[in-house]
Design a protein around this ligand. Structure first.
Ligand code: CP
Ligand code: NVA
Length: 316
């Protein structure tokens, strides 16, 4: 496996290895301080970022490398240089590239033409590095055995919903996305991918439109912003109205399992997708989840640059 372009690129073994390594990086911060010595990692972002940028830059530093942060408007891509040419040039300077942008196809194209690992740091349709931090958090709270548990994403059927279903399917878990029907449901192609994977792993993928039914008995209730980066402002009023029954409140949390927790990839809008009392309350694990972004990205960089991830055969 050269790149991490999509959540479904990861095998179960890859996820286990990455989570074990990330946990070890937290315990032994000096373990691999020379892994990227005298090497650079390009971090190219055409959308804002707090966590992914900070986690990526600090992850490179912890591996002894130098991050080169490049804003969307700073490359010649904006003046018509092709993605393929850009990929070839960056391959000559950096040992890996982390990319945050709009179209998944652009990240895929970078992966095709670059000779270095390309890592998806969020597109409109996926967010694989986030899911590793999420599942490190879940594993710490509940252990690695997912049987008998239900893991529920609630809210907009966006990149996070897609990644949530796919990652849970790879891990053989029962995963749910509870979203409005119609325009703000998950992309049927992403759901089909998760279902194909779940059919092989013994996982269960459900898309529901009833927030109470989805929350009932869940070990995790996970949400995300209702307006994602790049969503048309013209849709805001209708979208927020359609999503209002999906807000995570104390009432919804009361339906979860007795040990059920709240998670959110952040940034959050208190009072919109989640109430302040839930996100700042005792069942919320958002800070641990956010801090896991660094060690999980560090693990991805470490293993991908060493050619140690096998990739998934679940869709072949
Ligand atoms: N969760 C996440 O990706 O946050 P940022 O947009 O701040 O990177
Ligand atoms: N769905 C959000 C996730 C942010 C981490 C967005 O794409 O803006």
């Amino acid at each position: 496996m050269k790149d991490l372009l999509r959540t479904e690129d990861l095998s179960r073994a890859d996820i286990d290895l990455l989570l074990d390594t990330a946990a070890d990086f937290a315990k032994n911060p000096l373990r691999s301080v020379a892994a990227l010595a005298h090497r650079t990692v390009a971090i190219y972002m055409t959308k804002p970022s707090t966590r992914t940028r900070l986690a990526s830059e600090t992850a490179v530093a912890h591996l002894g490398g130098t991050p080169i942060f490049i804003r969307g408007d700073e490359l010649q891509i904006g003046r018509g240089e092709t993605i393929a040419d850009t990929a070839r040039v960056i391959s000559g300077f950096a040992s890996a590239m982390i990319v945050r942008t709009f179209a998944q196809a652009d990240v895929d194209e970078l992966g095709r033409h670059a000779t270095i690992p390309i890592i998806n740091g969020l597109t409109d349709s996926d967010h694989p590095t986030q899911l590793l931090a999420d599942w490190l958090t879940i594993r710490e709270v509940f252990g690695a055995d997912v049987s008998g548990r239900k893991f529920t994403y609630i809210g907009d059927g966006n990149n996070m919903a897609h990644a949530w279903l796919t990652m849970g399917a790879i891990l053989g878990a029962h995963v749910v996305a509870a979203t409005p029907s119609g325009d703000w449901a998950p992309d049927p192609a992403a759901v089909a991918t998760a279902e194909r994977i779940a059919a092989k792993t013994g996982g269960k993928v459900e898309v529901l439109h009833d927030p109470e039914a989805a929350a009932k008995g869940s070990s995790v209730l996970y949400t995300d912003v209702w307006m994602s980066m790049g969503d048309p402002e013209s849709e805001r009023t209708a979208k927020l109205k359609a999503l209002s029954p999906f807000k995570v409140t104390n009432e919804l949390m009361a339906l979860t399992a007795p040990d059920g927790i709240f998670m959110h990839c952040l940034p959050a809008h208190r009072g919109e997708e989640v109430s302040a009392e839930v996100i700042d309350g005792p069942r919320s694990h958002i800070w641990r989840e956010a801090y896991h972004r660094r060690t999980t990205i560090q693990a991805i960089l470490y293993h991908l640059t060493r050619g140690e991830l096998q990739g998934s055969a679940l869709l072949s």
